[in-house]
Design a protein around this ligand. Structure first.
Ligand SMILES: [Zn+2]
Length: 470
């Protein structure tokens, strides 16, 4: 069986996974900025992180997983300018910053549950870790990595030798270009660690660093520093895996590495994993391209959230995922068919061979090859379609696969369809006719039942009703 290999953005290679602590994998995932609804492009990143976690569990590792919640400091422009996204949403919706953050965070958690994403061990919030962030900035200050401008404290990227190693930024591109407005920044890749409030008392969320032993004006943390402060607090100064979207590579993760390694002098993270974009009509989803659906919106259209998860698994995480309703339809259809197969297997068990070892090996070889979920789904289908595989061992194997896939296949149960009395009577009559081999008349009743919104599926354990989609 192939051992787990992961593609590391740091080295641009697949590498065997070796955790720092024996049998435990420590994973940090950049979480949501909770100022609005998360769309399916965002959700792809969390399904990916969950698949990674599940594959680690499948391989017998203990997993410590942290997803942060950005509820302060993420500005509308990544160039340390613009408004704080949470403060702006609070003003627009006439609510407090706390209410905004709590509301969108709870919607996000609901969506994760619908997608069968396992909860992380810790959900740290930026606003609740001000002390840790200030302490980290103080450390950088004492080591000479910072400078102060009129609007904040900045990290001097020229002082950190390996700045840009993750994104392979070329040194000549790092020098201030003529056309880049630097304002008071010394280099265009320098970034804010602490921003001063323009007029103290106006923002809802601001802190006086004097309460934490730092002599800076009142303000709030920059966006990048929270991820370094909180990941190191919960996972240690060096930990195993950090995940995020591929758009995090050039700035956010580059800055996380610089400030963490400058502060500790140690390697921050061993494996960096990045998930590609979700595309709609050939382009990354965005306001102008469209495709910014939420999980609830898909549900209102009659799709199961797990159909979206299935769709995600059909594309390797490092490739762009082409979202379309046609693709989602086929994913939903495939998932329903898989669940039906599991139910049939439970209802009418078959004798046969135990083929666990062969299939388990193919599955592990696929999933352990940098999470090749499209190939792993193919193995799942070989198992589902294999009629010479004994049901009891087959079902146990599917349950094992599902630990990694998270499709809730093993819990597939006969859907309790509540049909009106007249439909039930028609179904009974049809059964009687079929027993008497009066198939033509029986088929007429099938049509009558269909006209009332129900389909009949004849299974080995008798006819079952299924509600037709409107
Ligand atoms: Zn982050």
């Amino acid at each position: 069986m192939k051992k787990l290999q992961l593609y590391n953005t740091l080295t641009r290679r697949k590498e065997p996974f070796k955790p720092i602590h024996d049998n435990e994998a420590r994973v940090y995932t950049c979480g949501p900025t909770v100022y609005s609804y998360q769309h399916i492009g965002n959700m792809r990143a969390y399904i990916f992180a969950d698949t990674l976690k599940r594959v680690l569990l499948f391989n017998g590792y203990k997993v410590k997983h942290v997803i942060n919640v950005t509820d302060v400091g993420h500005l509308t422009s990544d160039a340390d300018e613009g408004e704080d996204k949470i403060e702006r949403a609070a003003r627009k919706e006439k609510k407090s910053a706390k209410e905004i953050a709590e509301f969108y965070f709870s919607v996000f958690k609901q969506d994760l549950r619908k997608l069968n994403v396992l909860e992380p061990d810790v959900w740290p919030k930026a606003s609740e870790h001000i002390k840790e962030q200030i302490e980290l900035i103080k450390k950088l200050e004492s080591k000479g990595y910072t400078y102060t401008t009129s609007d904040g404290i900045y990290f001097d990227s020229s002082k950190f030798k390996d700045y840009g190693k993750l994104a392979r930024l070329k040194p000549e591109n790092l020098k201030a270009g003529k056309r880049v407005a630097l304002r008071e920044k010394k280099h265009k890749t320098d970034f804010a660690l602490w921003k001063f409030s323009e007029k103290p008392g106006v923002r809802q969320q601001e802190w006086d660093p004097k309460n934490f032993g730092a002599d800076w004006p009142t303000g709030f943390p920059g966006w990048h520093i929270e991820c370094s402060a909180m990941s190191m607090k919960y996972l240690g100064e060096s930990f195993d895996i950090h995940t995020g979207g591929e758009d995090h590579i050039a700035v956010h993760h580059t800055n996380e590495i610089a400030q963490s390694e400058a502060a500790t002098g140690k390697k921050f993270v061993n494996y960096w994993l990045h998930v590609a974009f979700l595309t709609f009509k050939g382009k990354k989803v965005s306001k102008s391209t469209g495709g910014l659906y939420t999980i609830s919106e898909l549900e209102e259209m009659g799709y199961s959230p797990l159909a979206f998860r299935y769709l995600c698994l059909q594309t390797h995480y490092r490739k762009p995922l082409a979202f379309s309703f046609q693709n989602l339809d086929s994913a939903q259809h495939a998932l329903e068919r898989a669940r039906r197969k599991v139910i049939e297997e439970k209802n009418s068990p078959r004798d046969g061979k135990d083929k666990t070892q062969t299939y388990l090996e193919s599955f592990a070889n696929a999933i352990n090859d940098d999470l090749n979920t499209p190939l792993a789904l193919q193995v799942l289908w070989q198992v589902l379609d294999d009629e010479s595989f004994a049901s009891d061992t087959k079902l146990a194997l599917i349950e094992k696969f599902d630990l990694a896939l998270g499709l809730n296949l093993s819990s597939a149960e006969e859907e309790k369809v509540r049909a009106p009395e007249e439909v039930k009577q028609l179904l009974e009559k049809r059964e009687e006719l079929r027993q008497k081999k009066k198939f033509e008349e029986a088929d007429k009743l099938r049509e009558e039942i269909k006209a009332r919104g129900f389909a009949i599926e004849d299974t080995p354990s008798g006819p079952k009703l299924r509600r037709l989609k409107k």
